[in-house]
Design a protein around this ligand. Sequence first.
Ligand code: SF4
Length: 394
Amino acid sequence: MTDEQSWAVAEVFQGVPLGLYMHVPFCATACSFCAFYQERPLRESLERYLAGMEAELALLKFERPVSTVFWGGGTPGLLPAEDLLRLGEAMLKVTKGPTQEWTVEVAPSVIKPDKLKALKQLGVSRISMGVQTFKASLLEALGRRHGPAQVYQAYAWAREAGFKNINLDLMFALPGQSFEDWREDLEQALALNPEHISTYCLTFEEDTALYAKLMRGETRKRSADEEAEFYLKTWEILRAAGYEQYEVSNFARPGYACQHNVDTWRMAEWVGVGPSAASQYEGWRYHNVPSIDTWLGGLASGKLAHGDRHALSVEGVAADALIFGLRLNAGVDLAGLGQRFPMVTGMPALDDFFNNLASEGLLVFEGSSIKLTDAGRLVADGIGLRLLEYFDQD
Ligand code: SF4
């Protein structure tokens, strides 16, 4: 990258929020649909991990405040309360106190009142609970270690601990899940009255037990029409219950959108800490290696081992800001985008592309903004792929 290019990229990130993502790679067992890097939570591994996190955090020196924090996994809530406190205290030295939003993912099978108390004491403001479904047989098929009773118990404990911002993660289009099953899942989630609900369509990732079953012909993937029906039913039910859809898969009570994720989709900057954590920072995109041993080896030598490290280009960030911005219901303000990425306003072909989407009923113009319609949201991935063709990606 020339000095001129790196200066242009630095300009694009002037004044954007800074997020901190901390990865906790431990899972008690592997869920059948999950391809994330994960480790068994042996005490010795936990100790080495915690020492590594303290060392990596100590390397961070931010020149501006961290706006939001997200602890994801793996299963952060699997750490014992004293380890959560240790990790949190190491992080608070970097952020110099709690940030405006601090989310921690928890699993109903392992979260306990003492852990929730520790998280509250640290200043965690948001709990994200991996429920997936309330149906015992479907939970078992997914390899989840909890049943519906544990979801209710964990949720009650989180409220008792004082958490006023709780997300429930749910999944649809599961093998054997009928539309009626999914409606019941949504109704049970709504009965708990969480501030936020995330709804994900099952995907078959390679190297998962579910994918192996698919390959053996023991399960089937839903057709695109069936998936679309799941999406549309979800949107109808959650909107009718007063939840605002702010992204294809995310719904919240007014004021409870996950700011960390919104900043990510708006192409802000974030720094990932921990094995496999991804970063977009100071003109580079990269991730830490997905191995505790290699990650610790890098820390010991004073140089973190990064995978897939590449310099960002203004065109690449502009494309991502458009693609991910369109997944948001607020859409993309083209005037604002043009100020941040002047080359976008000089692309007549892009105007034609948006006009065509509008004539197909997939997009609407509102003032200086463009927004996908529901029909557009159903094909947001395909629109994103087509958009990429307009940008010169290195
Ligand atoms: S879904 Fe979550 S808990 Fe299950 S294996 Fe993946 S990271 Fe672990």
